[in-house]
Design a protein around this ligand. Structure first.
Ligand code: HMG
Ligand code: MG
Length: 298
């Protein structure tokens, strides 16, 4: 039993581009975000207000967010790691932010220079202050199906963090398989455990496709009632703190599966495929999506 509509959260401009070695001009990022919104995507994560010392590619976050021609009805969340990031995001006109934490101490240390408990303490005032200021707050829990440094991650730790983030007032918590090691049985069981804690409507799926499992994992969770899925146009990306991780599930391939299942997304697939080919060409590579590589669909 699948749902009749899925909301796709496009993360390519942030999760995809944060890992690009070559500088990508702010104007290109802005054009990508605007083109994605024009495809009918309801949510386009635009950039991140993290430390430019840690992620140089996102140093132009303010320029990108402030330079966007925003479309009515489209949300443009931005990643924020701390109060300094929140201040920068607000100054640039952010209306939705996303906070993030991993379910692994080892990963948090490398990604944000804090233990899990320190990270939770750090993001607590960020969420509170953002909500007080009238912003909406999304959250990510990373490494939910495995960590590149510590290996196995306890589902109970993921559930603990999901519940904590929901209690803080985050409207949606996205389950990140940061290195794409999950398989459908485990993805399904984890989704069910998190849904038991906060309900299916509060959860999103954020599966990287490193092991080619992302679409299968999404399908398994759809059967459990998942209705929000993160994806990256042309399969852009990886993770700067998770070596070898490839990009998120490609948005084009996700849309193709969902429409094939009779699930509405509001996305114009032809236009999306064209956008994926365009940004891939700009970056000098072939699209990592399957659909982007098919010359003519039957
Ligand atoms: P730190 O070095 O411990 O922090 O980094 P600090 O407070 O000591 O700051 C160090 C310097 O950075 C200072 O500058 C700060 O001002 C500056 P200095 O005094 O040396 O000149 N700084 C900032 N500048 C601008 N904006 C800020 C900011 N904060 C500090 N917001 C920190 C701690 C968290 C800041 C750092 O580790 C960081 O920015 N990490 C971000 C890493 C990152 O972006 N990772 C990728 C995103 S997570 C992801 O991709 C996973 C996800 O996709 C889900 C999934 O796949 O599972 C979401
Ligand atoms: Mg990610």
């Amino acid at each position: 039993t699948t749902t009749a509509a899925v909301r796709i959260v496009e993360v390519g401009p942030r999760d995809g581009l944060q890992n690009e070695k070559q500088p990508v001009p702010a104007a290109t990022k802005i054009e990508l975000i605007e083109r994605l919104a024009a495809c009918g995507l309801p949510v386009v994560e635009a950039t991140s207000f993290v430390s430019p010392k840690w992620v140089p590619q996102m140093a132009d976050a303010a320029e990108v967010l402030a330079g966007l021609r925003r479309r009515a009805g489209v949300a443009y969340p931005v990643l924020v790691p701390n109060l300094q990031g929140l201040e920068r995001a607000r100054a640039a006109g952010a209306e939705v932010i996303a906070v993030f934490i991993a379910a692994s101490d080892a990963f948090n240390r490398r990604n944000i220079n804090a233990t899990t408990d320190e990270a939770l303490q750090r993001l607590t005032p960020v969420v509170a202050e953002a909500i007080r200021a009238g912003l909406k707050v999304r959250a990510y829990v990373s490494t939910v199906l495995g960590c590149p440094y510590q290996g196995a991650v306890a589902p109970a730790e993921v559930v603990r963090l999901v519940r904590a983030l929901a209690d803080l007032g985050c409207y949606e918590i996205s389950l990140g398989d940061t290195i794409g090691v999950g398989t459908p049985g485990r993805a399904r069981a984890l989704f069910r455990a998190c849904a038991d804690a906060v309900g299916t409507a509060r959860l999103a799926l954020h599966f990287h496709d490193t092991y080619g499992q992302a679409l299968a994992n999404v399908y398994a969770c759809l059967e459990e009632g998942a209705r929000v899925v993160d994806a990256s146009v042309a399969g852009l990306g990886g993770c700067p703190y998770a070596q070898g991780a490839s990009g998120n599930l490609a948005t084009e391939d996700l849309v193709y599966m969902l429409h094939g299942l009779g699930i509405d997304t509001g996305v114009d697939l032809d236009r999306l495929v064209e956008t994926g080919r365009w940004i891939s060409a700009v970056l000098g590579r072939a699209p990592a999506s399957r659909l982007g590589r098919i010359e003519r669909r039957v």
